[in-house]
Design a protein around this ligand. Sequence first.
Ligand code: ZN
Length: 707
Amino acid sequence: MRVLFIKVLFVVLAGAALGQAVPPNQTPPSAGSRSSDQAAANPAPAVADSPVTSMPYTPGLDTEFMDRSADPCVDFYQYSCGGWMKKNPIPSDQPGWAVYSKLAQDNERFLWGILDDLARKTSGRTANQQKIGDYFAACMDEAAVERLGADPLKPHLDQINGLTSKKQLPALLARIHLRTEGSGMLFGFDSNQDYGNSTQVIAFASAGGLGLPDRDYYTKSDPKSVELRQKYLLHVQRMLELLGDQPDTAQREAAGIMAVETALAKASLTRVERREPHNLYHKVDLTQLQALSPDFEWSAYLKETGLGQQDAFNVTEPAFYKELNNQLQTASLDDIKSYLRWHTVHSAALFLSSGFVNEDFDFFGKTLRGVPQLRPRWKRCVGLVDRQLGEALGQEFVSRTFSPEMKQKTLTMTNQIEQAMAADIGQLTWMGPETKQNALIKLHAVVNKIGYPDKWRDYTSIAISRDDFAGNVERATMFESKRKLNKIGKPVDRGEWSMTPTTVNAYYSSRMNDINFPAGVLQPPLYDPKMDDAPNYGNTGGTIGHELTHGFDDQGRKFDAQGNLKDWWTAQDNQNFEVRAQCVVDQYARYVVVDQIKINSKLTEGEDIADLGGLILAWMAWKDQTKNTQLENRDGLTPEQRFFVGNAQWACENDRPENLRMHAITDPHSPGKYRVNGLVVNLPEFEKAFACKAGQPMVKENRCRIW
Ligand SMILES: [Zn+2]
């Protein structure tokens, strides 16, 4: 992935181990305490509250965003992004602000224009337009949402309150999982490709059950972590009070909930451990699954999900399931009921009245990420349409913003980057012929998915009404849950996308062996048809190279051309890769994220490798593309300098310290500053382009190079 987007409410864990996290609406990481201080001292207002009917234009390379008083050989990030950081303070409803999040907000405003128009109409709309228009209208009807308060939760809370024995839990939990779609209450249950046979989809039972964004939040003992846990306890208590519990009761319940979550957290693998796919592959049959957690009747759970008999499961973390069983034995029925009530209100907070929305924001926005102000309702509603009916909204977006010519141009660039990688593999001095041949087979098997899916998702079966927001949410969620579970036991659909077309992000999937670039990310300033080649290759070419390199990073390289977890490396080449990857790990381990916290470079290893490989491949492709062209200087920059500045200007950002602390734990990407400076120090081409000298900060003595 190019950036990490965290949902406001739901912790993004699903598939993250393989670089396939789910989208929506927040911001990537950042560095530079200077810029954060600046932004904090001078808070910017949230975006103007009006929809737009055309996408605002920002050029692909903007010299105004540079700081030419900085020396590119001393701090290239400051040189390329200093102006941007100054001119783009963090809006008050954002945890951080970056070129990607700014474009995402432009997309949001444009989508708002589309949805606002469709919401006003009552006739002349296609079936999909009726659905997204009426969904948006119902979501924007704040008065109706306020009138209902917590009523939409009542039937669900009644079911939980009616639990009289732990034996009834599996069937109830199945119903809860269906209507919360992967919120992972107690554990995660989903479908995914079998690591051993990527053509088949099987059930995945994964770790889950937490309210905080990572297991480390429950185990760290530094003062900030301890304080955060205290605040989390108070938040859980207040949410239960909003459901009508007395303060002392709610306080007791929160303590019981914390005990369950802490036990589950301690039994969960760390993010670094989850980067090793072998740690996550334990294929079992129903008898073995039952033996792992004897107190949870799996056949009752499966029956209630509608799956019936299943006999192939991947239990990603067996130790977690042993602890889950332990909790089911030792926690009281009341504690389990409190836990279920808390997670029910937590996962639904965004859809409820303002008391719930504000309390949820107070902890997850303000406390956890330092955001002063809740996002305006229109943004939350646009985000929900994208999340629940994303391919219907995506069709509207694509028809207005992504021409066939644009698709062809970016596809051509993708093919060029792939050719560059083939040439690069051929030239590698550290890899033997046998592994090279396998690498080329894998490279040639990569499927390029550009813009949007060939076959759109069919939402016909979801009824959407303009006066039933809670019902719309529930029906769309059930649709998505069942759609995912229905894949189990069937051959994989290789045409499927796991990001919506409007998303400003991209991903590689090691099991699909495909690279995916939504139309949302192929817009100016990231890809600018009006601009010369140099910045476009530096920016979008770098992104394409980044995603492609993921197929050959520390995780991706463990999967073969068909997406199976299978070793195709000779022992010697394996060792050679490890040595080169360690160079990158050691380099990034020295960089500071915030306070005294350094990058956890075993966590960011794959992204750092992808950034470096991506830039090298983009350079090779650009050089090849322009080899017979006389290139000209522009804006006082040589073509080579424009390539590097164009690349750097994808990563300009400002960030809040709270948000950086969260990213230091959860984000597999390094802060923007190091995604720029950490690369150029390794490139002799950069040293030459800016006539830097040995010994300067942007010239590294022992350069890292893998791909
Ligand atoms: Zn990535």
